[in-house]
Design a protein around this ligand. Structure first.
Ligand SMILES: Nc1ncnc2c1ncn2[C@@H]1O[C@H](COP(=O)(O)OP(=O)(O)OP(=O)(O)O)[C@@H](O)[C@H]1O
Ligand SMILES: [Mg+2]
Length: 248
């Protein structure tokens, strides 16, 4: 059996008595790229934040990178790179200065090496003196990815990392994700883009905090009797709306 980077069962979180993540099971094989899809407000960000130890779950057991994700949340955090939906960069600092700032913030040892490594890995070395504020959206995303790779995480949790980025830059960003996965890094990435979903090894689709489908894009389309992935998701969420929204 393949090693699992994420193996969590019954993940749950409620806000004001409303369950926004309801008994979600997630298994992600090491080195896989898994897409996390679902409508706005379906619980993707909440789930990702619980997995990386930033948010305490109401329920759920299991392991992230072989560690108890609840009891060893601090150790999990050190090995996970989390790219938030709205990441912050300093426009008036250069690419290198931004990375150096993040490295200082986390009191990283061998800071210069870590920054050099991240610059090299993301193809940012030749642009390191450019101000972040002058970068195009695509290069900004790449810098944000570099920042969350500084501490050499084994697992990346990326929350809509390419929202609002043009197709060419998105494609390049995904080429990069595949390179990282090739190095053995596991990636769980949320997205609303179907072309990105097609580039994942597997997908997990949630709505109303429940997993409605999982597996390869082809399997999900076949299972739903749909034309394509988008059609499959529209059908799935339509059924879920009948089942769950009345209860919500
Ligand atoms: N801190 C909070 N307090 C109260 N409600 C919250 C909080 N965080 C999230 N929610 C609610 O939980 C639900 C799930 O939100 P979440 O951000 O996880 O969705 P999402 O799938 O990431 O959506 P999107 O695709 O828009 O990013 C939403 O209804 C949201 O309003
Ligand atoms: Mg979100």
């Amino acid at each position: 059996m393949t090693e699992l980077a994420i193996d969590v069962k019954g993940l749950s979180k409620a806000y004001g008595g409303r369950k926004v993540v309801d008994a979600v099971d997630l298994q992600v094989g090491a080195g896989r790229i898994v897409g996390f899809l679902g409508p706005n407000g379906s619980g993707k960000t909440t789930s990702l934040r619980m997995l990386c130890g930033l948010l305490t779950p109401d329920a759920g057991e299991g392991q992230v990178l072989g560690l108890d994700f609840r009891r060893e949340a601090e150790a999990v955090k050190r090995q996970v790179g989390y790219m938030t939906q709205k990441f912050g960069l300093y426009d008036d600092l250069s690419i290198r200065e931004n990375l150096d700032f993040v490295a200082r913030l986390f009191s990283m040892p061998h800071r210069r090496d870590a920054v050099d490594g991240a610059l090299e890995r993301l193809g940012l070395a030749s642009r390191q003196r450019q101000l972040a504020g002058a970068l195009s959206g695509g290069w900004k995303q790449r810098l944000a990815l570099a920042a969350c790779l500084l501490h050499r995480p084994r697992l990346l949790l990326l929350d809509e990392p390419t929202a609002g980025v043009d197709p060419k830059a998105r494609r390049e960003f995904w080429d990069q994700i595949h390179l990282l996965a090739g190095e053995g890094i596991t990636v769980l990435v949320s997205t609303h883009y179907m072309d990105e979903a097609e580039r994942c090894h597997e997908l997990v689709y949630i709505a109303y905090g429940h997993v409605l489908a999982r597996g390869s894009a082809a399997a999900i389309v076949a299972e739903a009797g749909a034309r394509d992935l988008e059609d499959a998701f529209v059908r799935l969420v339509g059924q879920a709306t009948d089942n769950f929204s009345a209860a919500a």
